[in-house]
Design a protein around this ligand. Structure first.
Ligand code: COA
Length: 207
């Protein structure tokens, strides 16, 4: 983190009032709070049926709908003390995804993760890079004890991301979940603070 009044390079891309300490840098990504200016980039990938195939949300239909969803995410984030981040490519400053969580057990600081990425960015290791840094951030600076994630068994790339970021597979519960018009089996992954090694994923914000 920069010191002595020196601001990190991405400071001007944060929403007024946002703090650089809420943002993370990895080799290729800036993870920062969502802001209203993300609507166009968010819509460009969230309208893609393949991106939405294995998530609970439906592909966005219009930019106006994306703006409403974005506003809702920002409000929910603030109201529930969550840590939803926009994934921004450092070289182009395009917002290409989100990573965030919902409480599973707030009292015991247990939350469930979710993430998605624009299709043209798949297969480059970007989400594993983001998730590794995000887990470190949640455990070391936000006091989470356990972070869980689930993926549809038909979406193994998501499980690969979880493993690459250091999460452990916990199994396949027998209950199936109904979404997108079918019964799905969801594989459970988790990471615990006590098991997490020291960070390798974050870079210093001073560049
Ligand atoms: C799932 C998703 C996040 C992956 O992001 P990504 O940046 O492409 O992931 P990475 O490049 O970091 O890693 C993908 C890994 O999955 C592996 N993979 C891809 N397709 C696979 C398949 N069919 N079976 C097994 N592994 C697969 C890749 O080989 C890679 O692992 P490797 O680096 O060891 O080779 C991205 O495809 C996405 O946003 N999908 C739509 C939204 C979504 O499904 N979110 C998850 C909901 S649980």
């Amino acid at each position: 983190m920069s010191t002595g009044g020196e601001r990190p390079w991405f400071f001007k891309y944060l929403q007024p009032g946002a703090s650089a300490k809420d943002s993370l840098l990895t080799r290729r990504l800036l993870l920062r709070p969502l802001n209203r200016q993300d609507a166009k980039d968010f819509h460009a990938y969230a309208r893609d049926p393949l991106v939405a195939k294995y998530v609970y949300w439906e592909p966005h239909k219009t930019l106006a709908q994306t703006r409403i969803i974005l506003q809702g995410l920002m409000l929910q984030n603030r109201a529930e003390g969550l840590h939803t981040k926009a994934l921004v490519l450092r070289d182009s400053l395009r917002m290409v995804g989100t990573i965030g969580l919902v409480w599973a057990d707030k009292q015991n600081r247990v939350a469930e993760l979710g993430f998605s990425l624009a299709r043209d960015c798949w297969g480059q290791g970007l989400m594993a890079e983001a998730l590794g840094a995000y887990l470190d951030y949640l455990f070391t600076t936000q006091g989470y004890e356990r972070l869980e994630a689930r993926h549809d068994i038909l979406n193994p790339a998501s499980g690969a991301v979880m493993r690459k970021a250091g999460m452990r597979e916990e199994g396949l519960p027998p209950e199936r979940v109904h979404y997108k018009g079918r019964e799905a089996s969801l594989v459970v992954y988790a990471a615990r603070r006590e098991d997490r090694q020291s960070t390798q994923h974050r870079e210093t914000t001073k560049t």
